[in-house]
Ligand binder design. Sequence first.
Ligand code: CMC
Length: 470
Amino acid sequence: MNRLGLYANQLAHHLTITDNRTGKTIEVPISTSRESDFIHATKLGALQYQGQPLRVYDPGYMNTICCTSKISYIDGDKGILEYRGIPIEELAEKSTFVEVAYLLINGELPSKSQLQEWDEKLRKHTFIHTDASQMMKSFRYDAHPMGMLISTLAAISTFHPEVNPALAGEGVYKNQDIVNKQIYRILGSLPTIASNSFRNRIGREHNMPHENMSYVENFLYMLDKLNEKEYKPHPKITRALEVLFILHAEHELNCSTAFVRHLSSSGVDIYTAIAGAAGALYGPKHGGANEAVLRMLEEIGDLKNIPQFIKDVKDRKKLLMGFGHRVYKNYDPRAKIVKQIAYQVFEITGKEPLIEIAIELEKIALSDPYFIQRKLYPNVDFYSGVIYRALGFPTDMFPVLFTIPRVAGWLAHWKEYLNDKENNIVRPRQNYIGPEKRNYLPVEQRKEFPIYLESNKSSRQKRRETATIS
Ligand code: CMC
């Protein structure tokens, strides 16, 4: 429904609210959308008391819509996900990641020539500045690849001062050519930055992008090519990763995507916003979940340990990682596809033993009232980690494999945000429960409050503390 449709509907439905503090009654229009009806929080501000407007309290955004978007649609109860209206199942079967990125960012599937041009532009931007590559080499040998990716993205922002709003002026992103250029640069260079972070970890030189390979194939090529004259990744492995990229490309206002909009609202340059969003994705409750699933499966280690693990989850000592979702209260449609891909990958790589534990865990959890009552189903991360493991990726590369495709969704939201007439700097309010106004006391007059100030101490530090110091 378009915005005009929304407002037409507002006239038909409304809430009548009477404030018993003041006796004032207001009518708040209800807007209707494909997802859920809503009211505008600012309308409640008309209910003033002691000079203050009434506000809504919603930690964790449990029931808050914060933007209007046309990018993706989720029906969490039915387990539906669509990108620009197209079901994820169709895209996973018929499309490519580059085409899906075009769809997400530009709103429609490309024509043949548009796709060719888009692909060409992304390819051209797979090369990163040699200074950036050099900088990446100075990370420590055991640096987490996400740490490298996030810092490198932020660092590359300094390579383009002419299009950084902090330097070139706030209006710089009003120029669509500049916006497009940043999209090509970021999306094009992501596989190169990601593969460089992997090459650092294995102590190998960074590979240059191949001039004649698809986006995903080139990523695998840059990860793995050694001294071979011709190196071509297995087409089935390329396709498996391509489908995983499609499934991970976009998921409306998850923690990291919401963060892209949040950061963009300050007018910061897009590299910094993407680096910040990648930071949000890195957390184990979000994009780090596939890494956490693998560590969980390893910890369980054997089928015989599953009942005890499930008991620990029900006793709230542990979380069943890869289960549960803020939006899906049904089987995550992506998880179904990922489970199928797992078996396609095993045909080439051999079966990953942890899959047995994952399948048994899923079987037990889906028949246990604890999980049924809470509508906890496998999410996209439950099986993706097992595939990545079968493909030989170290566990800490998993969130990187999530980040590369998700950047397409982030850039789509950035572009939409820039053109949104309702966009405004994000500035929530708080419920202040701290001290009332009081005066500063000189140190001699203060009483001591018990405040815990200890921090972790290494054995080395403890040894140092036994030394005589003068
Ligand atoms: N294991 C055990 N219990 C769970 C789990 C879980 N994974 N997830 C939720 N619950 C319980 C929770 O304890 C609560 O129980 P009760 O009502 O008795 O207190 C109930 O289910 C509702 O959970 P919630 O915490 O209110 O749900 P939420 O919407 O706030 O959290 C979530 C969603 C994804 C953060 C959470 O389910 C979770 O931590 N899952 C594990 C991490 C994970 O797999 N994350 C990947 C999400 S999908 C990819 C992505 O978006 O990045």
